[in-house]
Write a protein that binds this ligand. Structure first.
Ligand SMILES: N[C@@H](Cc1ccccc1)C(=O)O
Length: 499
């Protein structure tokens, strides 16, 4: 028969005691209460011990009861004063009684027959009686003493002295159920106990134990790895952040170079103008993007670049006739929270790129909207582009499809014609998600030459911008987009880790 260390120890102690109160066994073994309980139940299951449980109604003192045990019941304090003075007024009794105790005192003393009461000049006068002079210990006094001594006393024992109801009424005592546990060794236990070998129990196998060969003499502590334990919540990344970081890793693994920027504030130049979006385009109005109140304007990049962009807008580049209006540098200098990640594409292209090359960025972007469970005014986009001599529209569709599969876990993708001022042709992509159905995923296209040429790039650039919040909601199992930024501790602790 295999016994755990705790069971062995408990059995040995129990064999010495034969029969013991549970608390006694705890003290004797020096183990934790729960460990002893587990050991006793284990021994019982093996027929080596028996646990007897008995529930009992007991009485114990209330806080008031404890006070009375110390300073005496109010009637005794009053009687003492009476014995000393023969007669007292109610006011005199205030010397030894509190306000609460004063109220019922006349009734109490009269009931015991310890004092007589009369009125003199409108005042109550209490006078000691014969009975009061001779009064000695009553049953209630004995009950109080007993309770003070023992802490808890079975109801039936108290009832021999006074009705428990009486103690409750006077707020001296209260009733409670306690379970008394007693453990008894069985004959089988008695037989086994002397043969039990109690080895030192270790929970860590150390190099010393192995080298010295002592491991042979010890008992290895067994752990029940299926036992329920308290949940712990180690520190971890905010779930949405973790999701974005995973996507970032994927893209880097796919060979993309990350584009970063320090600020979430952008000039209109990079957000719009460098992307060949005309300054009178409706999407530039304040209804679609935010503007900065202060500072209102930022700086434009080097003059030559600005000049090329201006020319593209006013007269056109690469065989285009442009938009045919007067381009305003002041307008281009206005500051705004970035409205799409594509602004970083423009910055990177102007800075220079590897050809062929693949770039991406994950950006927080801002657009006015009415907040609800599926709309936020700030969200995240993955933008990227691939630049190379031979690239064409089919490459774009191929890459987008790959993205949808790699990032969204989509099975099918669908492309629809679309329009962006900076791409031609433009497509809108939807991905089929097994549970969400068709999800609009993002926009893409081949950057127009008016844009790329102005930025100094002479080869095709295919680009896309993908919104990833709906996907994150699904992956994180939430149906309110605001939860992506929630401080709700429970969610932060319990949110699923994705992938
Ligand atoms: N910037 C576009 C998406 C896009 C990116 C790149 C090319 C074409 C479209 C948007 O936010 O909707």
């Amino acid at each position: 028969m295999e016994l755990s260390y705790q069971e062995k120890l408990t059995l040995i102690k129990l064999n010495e005691l034969k029969k013991a109160k549970f608390e006694e066994l705890v003290k004797e073994t020096g183990l934790e209460q729960v460990a002893v309980m587990r050991a006793v139940l284990g021994l019982q299951a093996k027929g080596l011990a028996k646990l007897h449980e008995r529930s009992e109604r007991v009485v114990k003192l209330t806080e008031t009861g404890k006070k009375y045990a110390e300073i005496g019941l109010p009637e005794w304090r009053a009687l003492k004063l009476l014995r000393g003075r023969g007669k007292v007024t109610l006011d005199d009794l205030r010397e030894v009684l509190s306000d609460d105790e004063l109220k019922p005192i006349v009734g109490l003393l009269r009931k015991e027959g310890w004092a007589s009461v009369r009125k003199e000049d409108g005042k109550l006068i209490l006078e000691i009686t014969e009975k009061g002079l001779e009064a000695g210990e009553r049953p209630i006094d004995r009950a109080l003493k007993l309770l003070a001594e023992k802490g808890v006393v079975p109801v039936n024992e108290i009832e021999k002295l006074v009705p428990v109801k009486e103690l409750k009424r006077r707020k001296i005592g209260e009733e409670e159920t306690v379970t008394e546990r007693e453990v008894e060794i069985t004959p089988a236990g008695e037989e086994l106990a002397p043969k039990v070998e109690l080895k030192r129990e270790v929970s860590v196998l150390t190099p010393e134990l192995i080298k010295s060969g002592k491991w042979r003499e010890v008992e290895f502590r067994k752990f029940d790895i299926k036992a329920p334990v308290r949940r712990i919540y180690p520190g971890k990344k905010q779930p949405y952040r973790a999701f974005l970081d995973k996507i970032r890793r994927r893209l880097i693994e796919m060979g993309f170079i990350e584009m970063t920027v320090e600020s979430m504030i952008e000039t209109q130049f990079w957000n719009f103008d460098a992307l060949f979006q005309p300054q009178n385009h409706p999407a530039r109005e304040w209804t679609d993007t935010y503007q900065l109140k202060y500072p209102k304007s930022g700086h434009l990049p080097d003059e030559e670049l600005v000049e090329r962009v201006k020319t593209a807008h006013e007269r056109g580049l690469a065989g285009s006739r442009g938009w045919g209006y007067v381009w305003s540098p002041e307008r281009a200098m206005l500051l705004m929270p970035r409205a799409h990640g594509t602004a970083l594409d423009a910055r990177q292209l102007a800075k220079g790129v590897e050809i062929p090359g693949k770039y991406f960025t994950i950006q927080r972007v801002f657009r006015p909207d009415v907040l609800d469970r599926t709309h936020l005014i700030e969200f995240n986009q993955i933008d990227g582009f691939v630049v190379g001599e031979e690239l064409n529209f089919r490459h774009l569709l191929g890459i987008l499809k790959r993205f949808a599969v790699e990032i969204a876990g989509a099975r099918k993708v669908k492309f629809l014609p679309d329009y962006y001022p900076f791409t031609e042709p433009s497509v809108q992509m939807s991905a089929y998600h097994p549970e969400l159905g068709w999800v609009e995923f993002g926009g893409a296209g081949i950057f127009r030459e008016e844009m790329t040429k102005a930025l100094g790039i002479d080869v095709p650039v295919i680009a896309w911008g993908i919104g990833i919040d709906r996907l994150a909601m699904f992956k994180l199992g939430i149906d309110d987009i605001r939860y992506l930024f929630s401080y709700d501790l429970r969610w932060l602790r319990e949110a699923k880790l994705v992938w």
